[in-house]
Design a protein around this ligand. Structure first.
Ligand code: HEM
Ligand SMILES: [Ca+2]
Length: 203
C-alpha cells in the first residue's frame, strides 16, 4: 500500500485551504488531520471519518474512534466535566501522551529528531531505513516501561495500526512513512492518493 503513495509534498505549513498551521506542534498536526472542520476539537465522528478516509475498514474505524475518544477525551480537558460526546481538544493533545512510546514527541508535543533517528539506527538492522515486523516488535519491547500496561497497549495499537495500513509489499515499514505519521502529512497523502474503488485496508 505504501508503495502507491505519491512522492509529492504538501505545501509547508499550510493545509488544502491555505490556512497557516505553523504555530501548531507536530503532535497537534498529527491529530489535526482528524479535526475535519478545523475548529480545534476532534469529535468521535470526525475520527471515524478520518480513519475511513485513509482506508481503514468500517468496524475498525468505529471501534478505533470509540476507544481513542474514550481514552483521550478527558485527558485533553483538564478540570472540565466529562462530555457525553467525548471531544478531544487539539491544543491540549500533549496531555494525552502516554509512557512506553518512542520518545519522538517531547512533553509539549514537539518533534525530537534525535529520537526519530534512533528508531532506525537502533532497530532497522536489516534494511537501515525500514523496519521489518520483527524489528518493530523489538522496538516496542525495548520502549516498554515496567508496569505501564496502558502505555504498552497504546504504543502497540499505534504502531500495529501504522504497520498494517502502510507496510510495503515486502512487509517493510519505511522511514519516510514513519516520519509522515508523526506530523500527520502521511494521513493527508493517503487520503489524496486513495482511489475510491480500491480497498486499501488490511485491518
Ligand atoms: C490511523 C490513525 C493513526 C495512526 C496510524 C497513529 C499512529 C501513531 C504513532 C505511530 C504514534 C507514535 C508513537 C510513538 O512515538 O511511540 C502516535 C502517537 C500519538 N497519537 Fe496517533 N495515530 C493515529 C491516529 C490518532 C488519533 C485519531 C489520535 C487522537 C485524536 C492520535 C493521538 C496520538 C497521540 C496523543 C500520540 C502521542 C503518544 C505518545 O507519544 O505518548 N493518533 N500515533
Ligand atoms: Ca472538529
Amino acid at each position: 500500500m505504501a508503495s502507491s503513495l505519491s512522492s509529492k509534498h504538501l505545501p509547508q505549513g499550510t493545509d488544502d485551504l491555505g490556512r497557516n498551521d505553523s504555530d501548531q506542534t507536530v503532535l497537534e498536526k498529527h491529530v489535526s488531520f482528524f479535526d475535519r472542520n478545523r475548529d480545534g476539537f476532534v469529535y468521535p465522528w470526525e475520527t471515524f471519518e478520518g480513519l475511513r478516509a485513509i482506508g481503514a475498514g468500517y468496524f475498525f474505524s468505529m471501534a478505533g474512534a470509540f476507544l481513542i475518544h474514550f481514552a483521550l477525551s478527558g485527558k485533553t480537558r483538564p478540570g472540565k466535566y466529562p462530555s457525553p460526546v467525548f471531544p478531544i481538544e487539539v491544543k491540549n493533545i500533549h496531555l494525552a501522551r502516554h509512557g512506553s512510546d518512542a520518545g519522538v514527541f517531547d512533553s509539549d508535543g514537539r518533534f525530537v529528531e534525535l529520537k526519530f533517528e534512533e528508531i532506525f539506527s537502533k532497530f532497522a538492522r536489516t534494511h537501515g531505513s525500514a523496519l521489518t515486523s520483527g524489528e518493530l516488535m523489538a522496538m516496542l519491547r525495548s520502549n516498554r516501561e515496567s508496569g505501564d500496561y496502558k502505555g504498552w497497549i497504546g504504543s502497540w495499537t499505534e504502531w500495529m495500526t501504522l504497520y498494517n495500513l502502510c507496510k510495503d509489499e515486502r512487509g517493510l515499514l519505511r522511514k519516510e512513512i514513519v516520519r509522515g505519521v508523526y506530523d500527520g502529512s502521511l494521513f493527508e497523502r493517503m487520503e489524496r492518493d486513495r482511489k475510491p474503488h480500491k480497498n486499501r485496508c488490511c485491518i
